[in-house]
Design a protein around this ligand. Sequence first.
Ligand code: 5GP
Ligand code: MN
Length: 340
Amino acid sequence: MSKELFFNNFRSFISKYKKVVIVSHVNPDGDAIGSSLAFYFFLQKFGIDVKIIIPNDFPSFLAWMPGIENILVFDKNSEKGVEYLNAADLICYIDFNHPSRTGLVHNDLCHCSKTPKMLIDHHRDTDYSQFEAYLSELETSSTAELVAELIQSQGFDKYLDDKIAICLLVGIMTDTGSFAHSIYHPETFEICGKLISPTVDYQLIHSKIYNTFSENRLRLLGYSISERMVTLDEYHTAYIYLTKADLERFNYQVGDTEGVVNFPLMIDNIKMAVLITERQGVIRFSFRSKGDFSVHEVARAHFNGGGHTNAAGGTLECSIEQAIEKLLAVLPQYKALLNK
Ligand code: 5GP
Ligand code: MN
């Protein structure tokens, strides 16, 4: 289904549904929350009863966002979440494309196999056969940009308001690292230009996202770089590892390691950065790269994950020592590509 077809059919498609549940991915980021909330406010304008479910809590730097109090956090209130899912006549996947990305919600989503599904997302390897309608573009900064395009196609003059504009800007800003990467076309800037207004202050939004660290979070970032970063010049790679004890030392809160993985890429000859964190029972990997080296391939082939060319994630069930060993064992096969 092309973008144009999706836009042209959207009104008649959505008018068939009265109770819509938006679901986004586990460890929701600014794009997951921003695009879900913007779509939520947009659908409400059609008189639709809309709910948003996220598998686990959002980071505190998003707590100020308009409408955030209406999001149901599944691992805190799964009974209500199941109720919402069972009552839905349409389930929208926002910023992910496979139910395995929904953590605890996964099982209950599978029980809703007969409920029509819609998708708005920018990840690859989508099985389109499961969706009644989809807006799926790989070469787009963020899901928020897709939602912005959708709303624009229906008329910004009719449907855009400050709350929607703020949520969309948060999604685009965070998924592009403040417009530093994942920009594939000038339309990203053009649409942001239309979202900004005297009452939608880009600098203020940016400050609310990036200048609201706790002292512990900033110290954890400093510690990650000075004490826990290992550079492997031979592979143009740097990794940072954080143990459970490290996180506890800095009183880790959800979202505190967000962005840490980007810092090693600031080193001139580093092409891939990896953050390895010890979480409850699993090891979480975050990958970032510069240029055309695909961390999606690395995450998919060896770390049960995936993502985009320059940003991906994955998990392993092992100790942190084994996780580092695994990374070191995998690197030689990418040596040529990393030295290109
Ligand atoms: P992050 O490192 O910020 O957690 O994730 C970076 C990107 O990779 C995001 O776009 C996210 O959607 C994707 N991603 C993260 N973890 C996974 C995973 O386990 N599986 C897949 N398929 N994608 C992931
Ligand atoms: Mn995204």
